[in-house]
Design a protein around this ligand. Structure first.
Ligand code: AMP
Length: 398
């Protein structure tokens, strides 16, 4: 496998799978361009080398072929702006003659964007013929779409077989994601704490099981903590609880003991009399929540204990909020965790925030540049931490 930085793209047409699946409003304005910005360093390096760039991506979930709503043409003006005003050529079909001719005419330093890959069902089906047609457009394939790395689609994985090993590369974004995840999973300096939160135990079982093999401490917060607390015999009122996961929770606690991993559950909780931003609130032990009340955030004691564990850790992984951080009354716990991680990072620890809502939380609270790495791929990062092989990564490495 070649490395992206060492590769000389001069006179090469680089076919880059990017993740430009950005949210658009009804006027087709991009409401969050994070994913586009994340791909710019990769594009610039290729252009600066004297290569040309062909970008391919999906956008949304089009059901029945081409639709204006999901056209990538809406992204052209902003892409051009992000590239310093460069002209962006567009092919309104990702395969076929127009794409082939436009790609053929691209000169060094030029950029072309292909229409939505998912206008073809073949993309998600991982159809080989479709992948071969895409592959014809470029001399070298660069995978920079971490957000879809867990999918074995035509453009994210199947296409790899049409390029020799030295012409299959991770882009800079992908390289950053893979290096950070590997650092946490395989070379973690101890103590290693994993902070797992969010709503459901069922979503996080595999990740917890995998981390039991690696972490020294696991902090469990958010709605999922109450299934554990109830499984241990606690009284959790109306808090979230997955009745069918009580045994799983007990099994995890037992396994942790056997493996000498400390599991930390919130000693106290901020409770509310309804699921509402204006609910009445109180603080109680997490295992003594009155009927009719529910735990919506970790309490001050839990904040203190969790922060202490985080501050003494050398490797930190965070996935999932400690409470309903979307409501101001229940965001203190999540904020306290972000502060502790920022302090530990400042003191030299490595911290990775990955997967969905904890990423939104660090962005919302302004902590993104105070942690070592913020992952861009929700589902992909989750599967990575579950110990799965991601097709988009394996395709480049094999
Ligand atoms: P997840 O997508 O599983 O990471 O869960 C994130 C969601 O869990 C967020 O929308 C939070 O509001 C929600 N959440 C966190 N803590 C709680 C809680 N104690 N009760 C209900 N929902 C929660």
């Amino acid at each position: 496998m070649s490395t992206f930085s060492a590769y000389d793209f001069r006179n090469q047409k680089a076919l880059i799978r990017v993740d430009f699946n950005v949210p658009l409003n009804d006027k087709f304005e991009i409401t969050d361009d994070t994913r586009m910005r994340a791909a710019i360093p990769t594009i610039k390096k290729i252009l600066n080398d004297g290569g040309s760039v062909i970008l391919m991506s999906h956008l949304g979930r089009p059901k029945d072929g081409p639709t204006d709503k999901y056209s990538l043409k809406h992204l052209i003006p902003h892409l051009s702006e992000l590239l310093g005003g460069a002209r962006v050529f567009f092919a309104d079909d990702c395969i076929g003659e127009q794409a082939w001719l436009t790609a053929g005419m691209l000169r060094a330093g030029e950029v072309m964007l292909l229409e939505n890959l998912r206008f073809y069902k073949e993309e998600e089906k991982g159809n080989e013929e479709f992948a071969a047609k895409l592959a014809r457009l470029g001399d070298v394939w660069v995978n920079d779409a971490f957000g879809t790395a867990h999918r074995a689609h035509a453009s994210t994985a199947v296409i790899a077989k049409f390029f020799p090993a030295e012409k299959r590369l991770f882009g800079l974004l992908m390289e950053g994601e893979v290096t950070s995840a590997e650092k946490v999973l395989h070379a973690s300096e101890k103590p290693f704490v994993a902070i797992i939160g969010g709503a459901k135990v069922s979503d996080k079982i595999l990740i917890i099981e995998n981390l039991l093999e690696r972490a020294t401490d696991i902090i469990i917060g958010g709605g999922m903590a109450y299934t554990f607390i109830r499984a241990r015999g606690g009284k959790i009122g109306n808090s979230l609880c997955e009745e069918d996961r009580l045994q799983t929770a007990l099994d995890i606690l037992k396994l942790a003991k056997e493996k000498n991993v400390s599991i930390h559950l919130p000693e106290d909780s901020v409770i509310a009399d309804k699921f509402d931003a204006n609910a009445n609130t109180a603080v109680t032990p997490s295992d003594a929540i009155p009927d009719g009340w529910m735990g919506l955030d970790i309490g001050p004691k839990a904040e203190g204990i969790f922060s202490e564990v985080i501050r003494k850790s050398k490797t930190i992984l965070w996935n999932g909020p400690m409470g309903v951080f979307e409501m101001e009354k229940f965001q203190k716990g999540t904020k306290a965790i972000a502060v502790a991680i920022a302090e530990a990072t400042q003191a030299g620890s490595f911290s990775l925030v990955g997967g969905g809502d904890s990423v939104s939380a660090v962005n919302q609270f302004g902590f993104a540049d105070k942690v070592s790495y913020v992952s861009t791929g929700g589902g992909a990062m989750l599967e990575y931490f579950e110990g799965k092989v991601l097709p988009g990564i394996a395709a480049v490495q094999s």
